[in-house]
Design a protein around this ligand. Structure first.
Ligand SMILES: [Zn+2]
Length: 84
């Protein structure tokens, strides 16, 4: 099982669909799947989602950390061409 650190959502990175999952307790991952990877908060290392498949953690999946209130997204291979 791998652990993947998510990244913080950028300012002005407006959610275009889907929603932000709010983690209610710091010791309770928002998502629990049957895949190979755990996803950690970029800011504090808290586990936000556990046993997830990579394909489940798209840019539409955002999680607000219960511990530090950072909004995380899983997708890190953002096309840099979009940044001006
Ligand atoms: Zn956090």
């Amino acid at each position: 099982m791998a652990t993947i650190t998510m990244r913080q959502i950028r300012d002005g990175e407006v959610p275009f669909d889907g929603g932000t999952a709010i983690q209610e307790a710091a010791d309770r991952p928002v998502f629990r799947g049957n895949g190979p990877d755990d996803y950690l908060c970029v800011e504090c290392g808290n586990v936000l989602a556990t046993a997830m498949h990579r394909v489940q953690m798209t840019k539409k999946v955002r999680v607000r950390c219960a511990r530090c209130a950072t909004v995380n997204v899983a997708v890190t291979e953002e096309p840099e061409a979009m940044a001006r």
